[in-house]
Design a protein around this ligand. Structure first.
Ligand SMILES: Cc1cc2nc3c(=O)[nH]c(=O)nc-3n(C[C@H](O)[C@H](O)[C@H](O)COP(=O)(O)OP(=O)(O)OC[C@H]3O[C@@H](n4cnc5c(N)ncnc54)[C@H](O)[C@@H]3O)c2cc1C
Length: 448
C-alpha cells in the first residue's frame, strides 16, 4: 500500500523535531503536525523562557552585591513588561530556527492538531484533511495538571506565567516540585511576596534530602513563606480583583496570582489512540518498549507522553534513537542511568546518579563524603548562605554512585562531573585530580 508519508510525527517539540530531522536525513519522507508552536514546551513555554527569567531575576542580587565591591549603580527599576516582551521575542527567534531546521531537512509541517484514526491514518483538525503514513510517531508531550478545587479558574499554570500582564505583588505557588520552586525563586528575587503551599510536607521529592533541606532553609531566609501539608482548598476573587486563597487548614492568604505547578500529565486525551489499539497506562501515558514501539507496531512514542523521564535531553535522545532504529537500520535504545538534572532555584541545585537513600534502598553499602562550605561569591557579598556537596560512594569498589550539590553555578559544575560519574570513576580518581583553585568546583576533589 502506498502511504502519503513514511513517517508522520504528531507534535513538533523536543522529541518530535529531532525524530523528524533524523528520519528525513535517513531518506524518509516526513511530515509533522503542531497544534500550537514549533519548538514545543521546552522552547516555547518551558526550559528556555524559564531560564531567561531566572537570569533576569538574579540581577537583583548581583546589583545589590556590587555596592560592596566598589560600584555605584544609579537608580534601579525593574520593568516586567520589558522582560516579558524580550523573552517572547527570543522565543519567536527560536521558533523560527526550529522551523528552518524542518524546512532545510524537507520535513513538511502542518499548523494543525492531528488525531489518530487507525494504525496508519490520521486526521488534521480543523481542516479535516486525512493523511496516511507507514509509521506514526506520537510526540505530543504533557500538559499541566490543574487540581479540582472551587475557583481554580482564577489560578494559572506554567503555560500562562510567561504572559502575565503585570508583575504580581503577592504570589501563591501551589506545588513543591522543580517548576514550582523555580518560579517561587524568580518571583521572590523580583521582589514579590511568595508563599509556597503543598499537599505533602516535603519539597522536591526524589532529590537528595540534604540539599532540599538546605534549599528550604535558604529560601525561607530569603523571604519565601512555606505552608507544607496545607494545599489550596479554594480561591475566591475579591471585589478589588485580588484573590483570597483558602488553604485546607482554614488559613486564608491574600494574593494577586496563584500559580499551580503540581505535575504534568501525558497529553493523550482525545488523541484517538484507541482507534489503533495503542495501550495506555494509568496516567494516560503511552506504553512503549525500549525502542519506543507501542502495542500497535506502526505507532511509536517518545518524550513526555511516555511519562518516563520528563526532560528535554531525554526526549531528544529518544526521538533520535527512534529514527535511527526505524529508518537508519541502526536499532538502539536510550540509557536512563546517570541522567543529570538541575533545579534552577535560587540558589540552584543539581545531581547525577543515586541519592544516598536510593543507593541504600538498592542494597549498596555506601560511604558518604560531604562538603559544607561558604562559597567565595557569598563571602564577598557578606551572605551567610552555605553550599553543600555530597558524594555517594560504593564502599566495596569505591565507585562514585552519585554527586549532588547546591550552591551558585551547581548545574554548570554538575554537567561536567556527570561525565566522570557516568564513566564509573572512583573516589580515588576524584582525589587524584588536582584542584582548580579558587573555584567552587574544587570541593569535588578535596572531600576526604
Ligand atoms: C515550565 C517548564 C520548565 C521546564 N524546564 C526544563 C528544564 O530546565 N530542563 C529540562 O530538561 N526540561 C524542562 N522541562 C521539560 C521539557 O520541556 C519537556 O521534557 C520536553 O519539552 C518534552 O519534549 P516532548 O517532545 O516530549 O514534548 P513537547 O516539547 O511538549 O512537545 C509536544 C508538542 O506536541 C504538540 N501537540 C500536542 N498534541 C498535539 C496534537 N494532537 N496535534 C499536534 N500537535 C500536538 C504540543 O503543542 C507541543 O508543541 C520544563 C517544562 C516546563 C513546563
Amino acid at each position: 500500500m502506498a502511504f502519503d508519508y513514511d513517517l508522520f510525527v504528531i507534535g513538533a517539540g523536543s522529541g518530535g523535531v529531532r525524530a523528524s530531522r533524523i528520519a528525513a536525513s535517513h531518506g524518509a519522507s516526513v511530515a509533522v503536525a503542531e497544534e500550537y508552536r514549533i519548538g514545543g514546551t521546552c522552547v516555547i513555554r518551558g526550559c528556555v523562557p524559564k531560564k531567561l527569567l531566572v537570569y533576569a531575576s538574579q540581577f537583583a542580587e548581583e546589583l545589590h552585591d556590587t555596592a560592596r565591591l566598589g560600584w555605584t549603580i544609579g537608580e534601579k527599576r525593574f520593568d516586567w513588561a520589558a522582560l516579558r516582551d524580550f523573552v517572547a521575542s527570543d522565543v519567536d527567534r527560536l521558533e523560527r530556527a526550529y522551523t528552518n531546521t524542518l524546512d532545510s531537512n524537507k520535513v513538511a509541517h502542518f499548523a494543525e492538531r492531528a488525531v489518530v484514526t487507525g494504525p496508519n491514518s490520521l486526521r488534521l483538525v480543523p481542516s479535516g484533511r486525512e493523511i496516511t503514513a507507514r509509521y506514526i510517531l506520537v510526540a505530543v508531550g504533557a500538559w499541566p495538571v490543574m487540581p479540582d478545587f472551587p475557583g481554580n479558574e482564577h489560578a494559572i499554570t506554567s503555560n500562562e506565567v510567561f504572559h502575565l500582564p503585570e508583575l504580581p505583588r503577592r504570589v501563591v505557588v501551589q506545588g513543591a516540585g522543580y517548576i514550582a520552586l523555580e518560579f517561587a525563586g524568580i518571583f521572590n528575587a523580583l521582589g514579590c511576596a511568595v508563599a509556597v503551599v503543598n499537599r505533602s510536607d516535603r519539597i522536591l521529592r526524589g532529590y537528595e534530602e540534604a540539599l532540599t533541606e538546605r534549599l528550604l532553609k535558604i529560601t525561607q531566609e530569603r523571604g519565601i513563606a512555606y505552608r507544607l501539608g496545607d494545599p489550596v482548598a479554594g480561591i475566591e476573587k475579591q471585589a478589588d480583583g485580588s484573590l483570597a486563597v483558602a488553604l485546607a487548614s482554614g488559613a486564608v492568604i491574600a494574593a494577586d496570582c496563584v500559580l499551580v505547578a503540581t505535575g504534568r500529565k501525558p497529553k493523550t486525551d482525545g488523541l484517538g489512540l484507541e482507534s489503533a489499539g495503542v495501550a495506555l497506562g494509568g496516567n494516560g501515558e503511552v506504553l512503549v518498549d525500549p525502542y519506543g514501539e507501542t502495542s500497535c507496531p506502526s505507532i511509536y512514542a517518545v518524550g513526555d507522553v511516555t511519562d518516563r523521564v520528563q526532560l528535554t535531553p531525554v526526549a531528544i535522545r529518544e526521538g533520535h534513537a527512534f529514527a535511527d532504529t526505524v529508518f537508519g537500520g541502526k536499532p538502539r535504545t536510550t540509557a536512563y542511568d546517570h541522567i543529570p538534572s538541575a533545579v534552577f532555584s535560587q540558589p540552584p541545585l543539581a545531581g547525577v546518579g543515586l541519592t544516598e537513600a536510593e543507593a541504600r534502598g538498592q542494597g549498596y553499602k555506601v560511604q558518604i563524603f560531604t562538603s559544607d562550605f561558604r562559597p567565595m561569591k557569598n563571602m564577598f557579598a557578606a551572605r551567610a548562605e552555605r553550599g553543600f556537596y555530597k558524594l555517594v560512594v560504593e564502599e566495596a569498589t569505591q565507585r562514585v554512585l552519585g554527586v549532588h550539590m547546591i550552591g551558585p553555578d551547581a548545574p554548570e559544575i554538575l554537567q561536567a562531573v556527570a561525565i566522570a560519574v557516568k564513566a564509573g570513576l572512583t573516589k580515588a580518581d576524584f582525589d587524584a585530580t588536582v584542584a582548580l583553585h579558587p573555584s567552587m568546583a574544587e570541593e569535588l576533589v578535596l572531600m576526604r
